[in-house]
Design a protein. Structure first.
Length: 202
């Protein structure tokens, strides 16, 4: 499983109990069991798309603030986000979902945190924020077996290319340490925990 490789990284270890709270959730368990209620799936699809819009803004600002040698990984990640947005839009069209919906307050708080961080924090800390977003998402999906009606989604966020991207983000964090990285890494995990809870409970 993808989480095994990253669970010993210093930021993950330093997160303590926030780590399992961010990667285990009722929504994910239902995905793995193949019995996720339709309304929960559609709520997740719309809200995750709205979150991805905010994450794209965060990544673009982070690229601009990061020194050139480290930009390559971030630019590749930003390009992948563009493809991700296309994928979400196709999924929504196939299900007649409205992607112009109002963000849930939980989604809005998460996006506001990311954008505010992008403008106010040094790039070293922004690397840890992005790593936290991506490694927690990878490990949340990577805990699941890619079988059943949601196999496509499990595979999408646990594939070798995504693992390699997260590995490169970890290397950037290790290469650009900052005393505030752990604090903001942890804050992302709190938002991840709350986001998963929202997708399940509404």
């Amino acid at each position: 499983m993808a989480s095994r490789e990253f669970e010993t990284s210093p930021l993950v270890v330093g997160a303590g109990e926030l780590w399992p709270q961010a990667i285990h959730a009722d929504f994910l368990s239902a995905i793995g069991d193949g019995d996720l209620p339709r309304e929960a799936f559609e709520r997740w699809l719309v809200q995750d798309y709205l979150f991805a819009q905010g994450l794209t803004t965060f990544e673009a600002i982070t690229v601009a603030k990061t020194p050139r040698p480290a930009q390559k990984v971030l630019i590749a990640g930003l390009a992948a986000m563009d493809a991700e947005m296309d994928w979400f839009e196709e999924m929504a069209r196939n299900r007649n979902l409205d992607l112009s919906a109002v963000p849930h307050p939980t989604c809005r708080r998460y996006v506001d945190f990311l954008v505010a961080s992008a403008y106010s924090l040094p790039f070293e800390v922004l690397l840890a924020v992005l790593y936290s977003v991506e490694v927690s998402y990878l490990c949340a999906w990577g805990e699941l077996n890619p079988i059943g009606p949601y196999a496509e989604f499990i595979q999408r966020w646990s594939n070798p290319q995504f693992v390699e991207y997260v590995r490169q983000l970890l290397q950037l964090c290790d290469g650009h340490p900052h005393e505030d990285q752990q604090q903001h890494f942890n804050e992302v995990l709190r938002h991840e925990r709350d986001f998963w809870k929202m997708t399940w409970e509404g």
